[in-house]
Design a protein around this ligand. Structure first.
Ligand SMILES: NC(=O)c1ccc[n+]([C@@H]2O[C@H](COP(=O)([O-])OP(=O)(O)OC[C@H]3O[C@@H](n4cnc5c(N)ncnc54)[C@H](OP(=O)(O)O)[C@@H]3O)[C@@H](O)[C@H]2O)c1
Length: 322
């Protein structure tokens, strides 16, 4: 049964930024891991949490490329598509004896034009976003328990509304489509959140999935990207980024805000297994709504939160990782 999937009235809006979410919140003494915490949204999450006092570890597949500049955070190696790398990262973390107050599962592979597989034969966006984060989260459970109240925030997308789990062909042996592969991985992020919360809420580990909005960054954008961005209504005729938070088109600080909200906001205490957007719990909307340049549907729907599908995915994932 789906419950609590309705806005709280958080007081924030779609335009609220990371600074707004963290106003008055002191994260001193909190340990946080952000996967891909040097990328577009990840870097803003890292910056914001570190500025609020958290001790942040960025998990990056190539630490040399994870330039954080003036941001005060550690960087550790983690390749989510390599099970040995995930285990090594978790082993190193647990060996320090540190608790883990928030795990931000942010990294993803976005829209590969051609089918790519990991070394085990799994489609790469599913491998990165879902399998890697599933393995990482489970390996870090001792540290999450040690926090005495922890959050697992997994970054999903409005694409989770559309993304079907291809139960009989998860790796796209036929009919590969970049949008369908990304959608499957982002649906998996929400289903994982639902089942994770069901399993571990009693131990003080609560899970949320969050949609940041659509964020392409300030630009200038690569000329090859402009036709697609124009078609999606994301840039104007001069190639400048269009910002319209109510329509989901956000700055980095606005997009990262919902991720920070899910990771640390006390407004979510006592809740879990929910899908967030615009700095609140998202409304549930089961209407069929087409994706157009003027309308990017991103509310929750029953399919992404289905507890039976969530259990099924957990079991299938355990088998894939065995
Ligand atoms: N931007 C949007 O409009 C939007 C909309 C909805 C949802 N999201 C979600 O928001 C999250 C962040 O997206 P973004 O736009 O900030 O993308 P991004 O800049 O491409 O960041 C993705 C990050 O994931 C890391 N990564 C990729 N494969 C990895 C692997 N195998 N192991 C470890 N790290 C890996 C990348 O590291 P490298 O630097 O090594 O490549 C990068 O730091 C994603 O979950 C995405 O699905 C974004």
């Amino acid at each position: 049964m789906i419950k609590d999937q309705h806005p709280l009235g958080s007081g924030f809006t779609a335009a609220s930024t990371t600074t707004d979410i963290l106003d008055g919140i002191d994260l001193t003494g909190r340990e946080v891991i952000v996967t891909g915490g040097h990328g577009r949204l990840g870097r803003e999450v890292t910056r914001a949490l570190a500025t609020a006092g958290a001790s942040v570890t960025v998990a990056a597949r190539d630490p040399h490329r994870a330039a954080l500049g003036e941001i005060d955070a550690e960087v550790e190696q983690l390749d989510l598509t390599d099970p040995a790398s995930v285990d090594a990262f978790a082993t190193r973390w647990l060996a320090t004896g540190r608790p883990l107050h928030a795990l931000v599962n942010n990294a993803a592979m976005l829209f590969s034009p051609e089918l790519r597989l990991d070394t085990r034969g799994n489609e790469l966006s599913f491998s990165t976003s879902h399998l890697g984060h599933f393995q990482l989260t489970r390996a870090l459970l001792p540290a999450l328990r040690k926090a005495g109240g922890a959050r697992v925030l997994t970054v999903t997308s409005g694409a989770a509304r559309f993304g079907e789990i291809r139960w009989n062909d998860l790796a796209f042996s036929t009919g590969y489509d970049p949008g369908a592969a990304y959608g499957q991985s982002k649906r998996a992020n929400v289903l994982f959140t639902v089942e994770l919360d069901r399993r571990y809420a009693d131990e003080g580990i609560r899970a949320f999935a969050a949609h940041p909005g659509v964020i392409i960054g300030p630009g200038p954008h690569h000329p090859s990207q402009l036709p697609s961005y124009r078609a999606q209504g994301l840039v104007d005729e001069n190639g400048a980024t269009i910002i319209n938070p109510e329509a989901g088109k956000k700055t980095l600080a606005q997009g990262a805000a919902t991720l920070v909200f899910g990771a640390v906001s006390p407004l979510l205490d006592g809740l879990g297994g929910l899908y967030l957007k615009d700095n609140d719990v998202a409304p549930l909307d089961d209407a069929v709504r087409p994706l157009t340049a003027d309308n990017i549907p991103s509310d929750a729907n029953s399919a992404m939160l289905d507890p039976a599908q969530a259990r099924r995915l957990w079991t299938v994932t355990e088998q894939l990782l065995a």
